[in-house]
Ligand binder design. Structure first.
Ligand code: HEM
Length: 126
């Protein structure tokens, strides 16, 4: 049997949209993250919905629209310190809790997002 994807397990695209909307609501209030992001998060949210869909086993929507993710390279313009990494993960954790993502999906999502977030760090703490 093929293992259920996280994407299907949590409820598909609608759930991913809710997670991303809630996440950027927290980003907008986070003093470490605010200066890194554009004021208008419409496009940012859109890209993240496409990316996380694909990342968690759904249709490859991000690649169709934006090509290979090259996430580390796409993050190089932004100074991502250890505290920015921590802040990003805290916002995502809150969003998954608020959107009632259940086990085993909760842990799998946090684990994979943590690995990727670690990989995005490109600047020492100032
Ligand atoms: C884009 C910050 C981690 C996925 C961005 C942007 C910023 C940012 C400032 C540009 C906003 C925009 O393009 O509109 C951060 C910070 C992180 C982090 C501070 C802390 C570690 C992650 C992680 C993922 C991710 C862990 C995926 C699991 C993306 C994607 C984009 C993006 C898909 C859009 C790339 C594009 O197509 O241009 N991020 N990010 N980011 N981030 Fe992050």
């Amino acid at each position: 049997f093929k293992r259920e994807t996280v994407y299907n397990g949590i409820g598909g695209y609608e759930k991913m949209e809710e997670i991303v909307e809630t996440f950027y609501g927290y980003v907008k209030q986070n003093p470490v993250l605010i200066p890194l992001f554009p004021e208008d998060l419409t496009e940012t949210k859109h890209k993240q919905k496409l990316f996380l869909t694909q990342f968690f086993g759904g249709p490859r929507l991000y690649e169709e629209e934006r090509g290979h993710p090259m996430l580390r390279r796409r993050h190089l313009p932004f100074p991502i310190t250890p505290s920015a990494r921590d802040a990003w993960l805290a916002c995502m954790n809150q969003s998954l809790v608020e959107n009632k993502v259940e086990e085993p999906y909760f842990t799998e999502m946090i684990e994979r997002l943590t690995l990727t977030a670690n990989h995005m760090m490109n600047t020492p703490e100032s």
